[in-house]
Design a binder for this molecule. Structure first.
Ligand code: NZQ
Ligand code: ZN
Length: 391
């Protein structure tokens, strides 16, 4: 097991009706004027906006609002948010929505406290030294941003989608009411499930040894997500299944399932180029790329993939042919992605093989020419993984 620091100061408030506690949580956090940030309007359709603002008014908390964070959130709205937040002297940023609204809110929270261009953080020209506190009311279990250090923003004019992490961006509190996820379109539920599975695999597929507790936590979480995802496909208002998916999405990315090992994140890097070029749903891009990445890196550590196949994906053990077992595990994961309605090839995701050079170009800008720790990769390897994902 590698040395680690695990710091997760977020207060998670989980369960039915918990969004009504938002005013109280803001008071407790010392918020005086809140910058309320959300997405394209689903929170207004579902009535969540009314409940959240009622809770703020009840506690006498002033707020200004900015909606419009779109999936794969963009820099232009972040600039707008920073300006508005500063002009209105807000002292707390509250995101009500899914990963894109939360990420946009986090970038605004950091940008407000920085004199330069907030994109400097994403260009690694500056590090975040201060940020407004962020709170979350979550509506979609997927990105895990409600408990993570990360924010991922797209710079539109250059087509660059980049992430950055800072402990200062971890939300002070995150409210997670599984009932809020009943209104999700099946596509978004499924894409969220793929994303959280990928967050676990980015940590699990690692060369670090002797992390058996973390391994087993990962395996249990993978099994639970897959079981629950199958239930909600037929029964979208199954509270227990929705609750399992919600909490799994949070722990998949708040760091607890990565302790003690080196994390990978290569497939996320490859995917961000897909979602930047095609404005593709992040989880859909991962469904296309993860099985290809796994097959491509299988020989690097067959034992690791054998364990995953037998302990998480239910493949019977066969010590005489571990590679076949490992391959069957990857196949079962791909079949599962297909079963829940995700694309599993570039073609199914409306991505074109002839665009691979464009993907490699932005990949090089974001990751350089060499990346990966489980298997050391270069741009030729990346090309092969994209090509394998075409089939
Ligand atoms: O925008 P609205 O109108 O709210 O609609 C959204 C949006 O269209 C809709 N939606 C959300 N909750 C709903 C709902 N519709 C009905 N009922 C509800 N309860 O769902 C759509 C997708 O929203 P989005 O915020 O894009 O989804 P997600 O949570 O999957 O976030 C994706 C973004 O997060 C980034 C991804 O790259 C992508 O940009 N990631 C962020 C990470 C982080 N900060 O730690 C890590 C991840 O790996 C990921 O990269
Ligand atoms: Zn992700």
């Amino acid at each position: 097991m590698e040395n680690f620091t695990f710091y997760s100061p977020t207060e998670f408030v989980f369960g039915k009706d918990t969004e009504k506690e938002v005013g109280e949580l803001l008071l407790k956090s010392g918020a005086k004027k809140v910058f309320l940030h959300y997405g394209g309007g689903s929170i207004k359709k579902t009535g969540l906006y009314d409940r959240v603002t009622a809770s703020l008014k009840e506690k006498g908390i002033d707020f200004v609002e900015l909606g419009g964070a779109k999936p794969n959130p963009v820099d232009s709205l972040v600039y707008e948010g920073i300006e508005l937040c500063r002009n209105e002297s807000c002292d707390f940023v509250l995101a009500v929505g899914a990963g894109s609204a939360i990420d946009s809110a986090k970038a605004i929270a950091a940008g407000v406290k920085y004199d330069g261009d907030f994109w400097d953080f994403f260009d690694q020209k500056a590090t975040i030294e201060d940020a407004l506190p962020v709170g979350v009311v979550l509506t979609l279990p997927a990105a895990g941003s409600e408990g993570s250090v990360a924010t991922v923003i797209t710079k539109e004019d250059e087509g660059l989608k980049r992430g950055l992490g800072s402990d200062l961006l971890r939300p002070r509190f995150s409210i997670i009411n599984p009932e809020l996820t009943y209104t999700l379109p099946p596509w978004q539920t499924a894409a969220g499930v793929v994303d959280m599975i990928s967050h676990i695999l980015e940590r699990y597929i690692s060369k670090s040894e002797d992390v058996i507790l973390t391994d087993r936590l990962c395996e249990a979480t993978l099994i639970s997500i897959m079981e629950a995802a199958r239930k909600v496909t037929n029964d979208p208002e199954n509270y227990e299944a929705r609750a399992t998916i919600c909490w799994a999405g949070t722990i998949a990315h708040n760091g607890i399932l990565g302790v003690g090992r080196r994390e990978e994140w290569t497939t996320h890097g490859l995917e961000h180029e897909l979602s930047a070029l095609y404005d593709m749903t992040h989880g859909a891009g991962l469904a296309v790329l993860f099985p290809a990445y796994m097959e491509y890196t299988l020989d690097e550590d067959v034992e690791r993939y054998y364990r995953l196949a037998t302990q998480a994906f239910g493949v019977p053990e066969n010590h005489y042919d571990k590679k076949s077992v490992a391959l069957e595990g990857i196949k079962r994961l791909k079949d599962f992605f297909r079963e829940i309605g995700m694309p599993v090839t570039m073609h199914e995701a409306n991505a074109k093989e002839e665009d691979i050079p464009k993907l490699l170009e932005t990949l090089e800008k974001n990751q350089g020419r060499k990346f990966g720790s489980f298997k050391k990769l270069n741009l030729k390897d990346a090309r092969k993984i994209y090509e394998m994902a075409c089939a």
